[in-house]
Design a protein around this ligand. Structure first.
Ligand code: F58
Length: 836
């Protein structure tokens, strides 16, 4: 390295002075106190836990920045191909515990904070979640960046810095979901680094003038603003490498509006446009539902344009021809939300870099890959052409040209097949017209993947069938989702992690999760089962304490803890679960005191948010809460059944909940859940799978062995037929499922609140029953019965199955997923910063 100014010796001594060894407790304490007195400007004597948390976080941040800098200079010097992961959501959760664990400094920080008079646990609980995501898709991005860092891949994430994350969920007295804003940045965010000098201009609206005799055009006027970068360093585990999530914040172009300045209109020249300020205000709270709002398209474009400008600036420093762009960068699109980036790269290459349309298209289609996360039609993004034209006129022109060339090729292969042209067109004709983003993503990418085997097959056989015929099989692939074992075992379940490390004799499983399977034989050893069981029991007690404290509900830690924790959605069928609970309740009520003694005790735990506009999903919450109120206070029931709805589900609540579950409830209608990822987290922590043959459940059951799981329900290839019958040859509910009919009668009697409040929910099942709740009800009860028998009959066997399940989850580490992407799609390799 070179020292541009001053004396090298002085620089080096100064840099050394700030170094702290990983196990230097006093050194770490020094940095914490320095942050208290300088960064926070507080007196050492006047410090509460919040300040202690903040100072500790800043001290950890120093460590991260050091590694971040080393990683950046190393990668700049090596100039490898880089991967950029574009995700409109990053559901990170808390960072402190994760960071000290990944840095290998947890003990040091625990000791240092104890010596300074604080309990490290308490500091951890001061942190607010970074909840910039809705559910699975946003959390997946967070797991993947952890794995990218851990695998030392040269990669960054790009996203948006929303001022408000996903709303805070509260429950009214009558069990209705209420939504409050989540101003997570109100307290300063110690995990981000503002890069006010990294800012790019972004244009909206305006006019397009063609340039004669060229493919070029000039886009001008309209509204301009700036996208400003904020970086969040993400440390890898057992590597010095540190990845980065760069989030953009929208800011008005300030100050020098010469026109208003000249006119003496000083106020207008400093006035910030409220339209610009709105762009990165808030995360859209929908999960698996598309909403075509102008502001959303503004978010998408600001994020994509800024990220691409940033990436291209880095590339142009290499002074290579544009044709080599695909050898140096790959952009992975997390769903279709960033698809506009395809048109943006075309625009920059053609309009600003003077490249011909054809040449630009050749380059562009080698850069992007697209991951699909759903086959649900209501979730597929399509933008009204008129709105698009208004906001991004030049991009619409480019998309029309892409579509024109594409359809010409289709017509050449299938002459006179107008149906096919209409089906495949990127522009959906009709009133109004739409831009189909998934089709643009497929045409502009070199690879498309689904997120579990069944899902990827379904994509190819259904919604993208025409495109498989046109592009060929090789254009499509599968990468089954994964979860990071650092957060979802090491961090959330320290006791089980210690047992695993002790039994394997090393921590290598944390970077090679396949090693877990070496523990499967331990399932046959009584001592190991006992140790495993005690840990589960401890985790259950820890959860029970939280629930007692927060909700005043007393749980029986000896009952089956069954967790269904995910967004509220009809296709995920929390309905099936709550209806089965009511059935169980009625059975308990019917039983004689003697028979009640034979019934196994269950605790059903629900957590999850409903989209604010999703009426039916909110009704389901209301039903769950009100069933809980009755059941939990019924003397006849006692300890045999408890129903808990934990409000405001979040990553940090998941970390307490998941290690405490005995049963993982994964009961989506076959063919609807693309993958699921809570199924993986729960299995890794030793919960047995009670699930349908859907998404990644299938692969989990394969790896754990079907003997370990309770699978039930109609299979994907039967669903269409049953659904058709439900709609067109309907039979009365009584016939489809007498048990469910009895449950509905009970609800309608007003047992859980005024008769009538749940009518519109029940109606979805009485009529159509699109998600097959009635059809799967009987087999769900039967599957629960098998759970009862095992729980009551053979607890040793239960633990054996739990151990086998947990130790079979190696394939579901996000390290495996990310390595699959790196090898099969991205073509990037590990670039590990030398250890010195
Ligand atoms: C989820 N999708 C899938 N979308 O439903 C789940 O099966 C899968 O495991 C997970 O992705 C990861 O692949 C999902 O979470 C969203 O939340 C979108 C947010 C933006 C608007 C559209 C839905």
């Amino acid at each position: 390295e070179e020292w541009p100014v001053g004396q090298e010796a002085t620089w080096k001594t100064a840099l050394k002075a700030n170094d702290v060894d990983e196990d230097d407790v006093q050194g770490v304490a020094n940095t914490i106190v320095r942050h208290v007195t300088t960064s926070l400007a507080r007196q050492a004597g006047n410090m509460d836990t919040i300040a202690a948390y903040q100072a500790t976080a800043l001290s950890v941040r120093d460590q991260l920045i050091k590694r971040w800098n080393e990683t950046t200079s190393y990668h700049t010097a090596r100039a490898p191909k880089r991967i950029y992961y574009f995700s409109i959501e990053w559901l990170i959760g808390r960072s402190l515990d994760n960071a000290v664990l990944n840095l290998g400094m947890k003990n040091t920080y625990e000791d240092a904070s104890r010596k300074l008079g604080f309990n490290f646990e308490d500091l951890l609980n001061e942190e607010r979640d970074a909840a910039l995501g809705n559910g699975g898709l946003g959390r997946l991005a967070a797991c993947y960046i952890d794995s990218m860092a851990t695998l030392s891949l040269p990669g960054w994430g790009y996203g948006l810095r929303y001022n408000y994350g996903i709303f805070k969920q509260m429950l009214s007295k009558t069990g209705e979901q209420l939504e409050a804003p989540d101003p997570w940045l109100d307290r300063e965010n110690p995990w981000e680094i503002a890069r006010l000098d990294v800012a790019y201009p972004i244009r909206f609206y305006g006019n397009v003038e063609p340039v004669a005799n060229s493919d070029k055009a000039v886009w001008s006027g309209g509204m301009e603003c700036l996208a400003v970068a904020y970086d969040t360093p993400i440390p890898g585990y057992a590597t010095k490498n540190c990845a980065n999530i760069r989030l953009w914040s929208a800011k008005p172009v300030q100050g020098f509006d010469l026109n208003s300045f000249n006119a003496g209109n000083y106020e207008a020249s400093v006035h910030a446009s409220s339209e610009v300020g709105n762009i990165t205000q808030v995360l859209y709270p929908n999960d698996n539902m598309y909403q075509g709002k102008l502001l959303r398209l503004q978010q998408q474009y600001l994020w994509c344009s800024a990220s691409l400008q940033d990436i291209l600036r880095r590339f142009t420093k290499l002074e290579l021809p544009w044709t080599q762009l695909p050898d140096y960068i790959c952009i992975q699109m997390n769903d279709t939300h960033p698809t506009i980036v395809i048109a943006e790269l075309m625009r920059i290459l053609i309009d600003e870099e003077d490249i011909s349309y054809d040449q630009a298209w050749k380059i562009t289609t080698k850069v992007f890959a697209y991951t699909n996360h759903t086959v649900l039609p209501e979730a597929l993004e399509k933008w009204e052409v008129s709105l698009f034209e208004k906001l991004l006129p030049r991009h619409l022109q480019i998309i029309y040209r892409i579509n024109h060339d594409f359809l010409q090729q289709v017509a050449k292969r299938w002459p006179n097949d107008n149906d096919r042209l209409a089906r495949m067109s990127i522009i959906e004709e009709g009133t109004p017209k739409y831009v189909r983003m998934a089709y643009l993503a497929i045409v502009g990418s070199f690879k498309v993947n689904g997120v579990a085997e069944l899902h990827s097959q379904l994509l190819q056989a259904t919604i993208f069938k025409d495109f498989v015929e046109f592009k060929g099989r090789d254009h499509f692939t599968n990468v089954t989702n994964g979860i990071t074992p650092r957060r979802w075992l090491l961090q959330c379940n320290p006791e089980l992690s210690a047992l695993i490390t002790h039994s394997l004799g090393s921590e290598a499983w944390l970077t090679n999760a396949q090693l877990l399977k070496n523990l499967i034989p331990m399932a046959e050893q009584k001592e190991f089962r006992k140790a495993f069981d005690i840990i589960k029991q401890n985790n259950k007690r820890r959860l029970a304490e939280v629930i007692e404290q927060e909700l005043g509900i007393t749980l029986n830690p000896r009952s089956v803890f069954a967790a269904q924790i995910k967004r509220m959605h009809e296709y995920k069928r929390q309905t099936l679960n709550i209806f089965a609970i009511i059935h169980r309740y009625l059975e308990i009520k019917k039983a004689s005191p003697a028979d009640r003694k034979k019934i196994q005790p269950w605790t059903f735990i629900f957590a999850g948010k409903a989209a604010p506009g999703y009426y039916i999903a909110k009704l389901v919450i209301r039903l769950i809460v009100n069933v809980g109120k009755i059941v939990n206070n019924d003397q006849d029931v006692g300890d045999l059944l408890k129903v808990v709805f934990i409000p405001d589900y979040s990553v940090s609540i998941a970390e307490v909940l998941i290690p405490a579950a005995d049963i993982s409830v994964q009961i989506s209608t076959a063919g609807t859940e693309a993958s699921g990822t809570s199924n993986m987290k729960l299995a890794l922590n030793g919960a047995l799978l009670l699930g349908t043959v859907d998404g990644a459940n299938i692969e989990i059951a394969e790896d754990a062995g079907e003997d370990q799981c309770f699978m039930f329900g109609y299979l994907n290839d039967q669903v269409q037929q049953v659904r058709y019958n439900n709609s067109y040859n309907p039979t009365p509910l009584e016939q489809r499922s007498p048990e469910l009919a009895a449950v509905f009668k009970h609800i309608e009697s007003g047992a859980f609140g005024d008769a009538g409040i749940y009518d519109s929910l029940l109606k979805t099942v009485y009529e159509h029953d699109y998600y097959l709740v009635s059809n799967d009800f009987g087999s769900y009860l039967a599957a629960q019965k098998l759970v009862d028998e095992l729980w009551g009959g053979d607890p040793e066997e239960w633990t054996r199955k739990a151990i086998i399940t947990s130790c079979s989850m190696g394939d579901f580490s996000s390290d495996r997923s990310v390595q699959d992407y790196a090898d099969g799609i991205w073509g990037v390799e590990s670039e590990r910063v030398p250890d010195n």
